[in-house]
Ligand binder design. Sequence first.
Ligand code: TRP
Length: 327
Amino acid sequence: MKQRVLTGDRITGKLHLGHYVGSLKNRVELQHQYETFILLADVQALTTHFDNPQLIRDNLRNVAMDYLAVGIDPEKATLFVQSMIPEIAELTVYFSMFVTVNSLRHNPTIKTEANERGYKDMYYGFLGYPVSQSADIAFCKATLIPVGEDQIPHIEQTRKIVRRFNDLYAPVLVEPRALVGERLDGLDGNSKMSKSLGNAIYLDSSKAELTDKIKKAKTDPSRIHKQDPGHPEICPMYGYHAAFRPDGKEEIRESCSKGRIGCADCKKLIISAMNELLEPIRERRQQAAAKPGFIDEMLMAGTEKARAVAKETMLEVREAMGIQYFK
Ligand code: TRP
């Protein structure tokens, strides 16, 4: 049997280049060898946006279009909506019986996100979302999870939960491993590219938007004149060379360090490399946007397929736990 890949995104906004480098690029490649499931995480989006469900609603189709735009092929990958698989919610409840509150409180990604959001007290659903994420992964017995590095603690927690379940009841669930993509800095150069930090370049940016954002982006602050030696290791632009024109990276490192290329010329190279990547993505996005009915049908069909898998796994889960009372 083909091994399964499962991954997904919170649908709180459109996807950006950080998503591309961290995970989307890997997914597009993996879909050819693995049975791929991609979840539109609307329930997880609610953990931080329960007061604005309209935002989640608006972004469902945006994110689905981003997937098609980067080259996810609905013939190969199953795209589905998290809230429409009630078995995930059920599995989350069973898992939550043996996951401690402290293990969640100590999850480094939970800590960072709670800080960023200024949570003093944490909502129960927010604190527990790694448990729900474990259920996302476990219901389809995925073995490989392409994600960004911030997700590593969640995959670790999933592995622990799966092991504990299998020990307690019967070995029906499968331990996954993370396939971690590259990390991309945001335009501010202070942290990773992220929608909530406002430092992102979106996959649907026009040429003009892209050019404007890169032109305004921070570079090495110690470079005032073109001839000043630069410090590529602290300049976010250097990371962009590495991610989007890896073959030119060494040359830039040298000419920047020696003050032989100015920031404006360096940025031109990045703009053109990003444009080259985004051009076909823009084109496919437009094609997808022209067929809204197709997007809905794709999501409904994908959800139906994922649900059939979930039902099968839950029979095994309940059987293992001894709570499948009637055949
Ligand atoms: N937590 C992921 C994010 O922040 C989204 C996600 C939800 C996910 N369920 C998942 C990722 C399962 C991988 C596997 O974008």
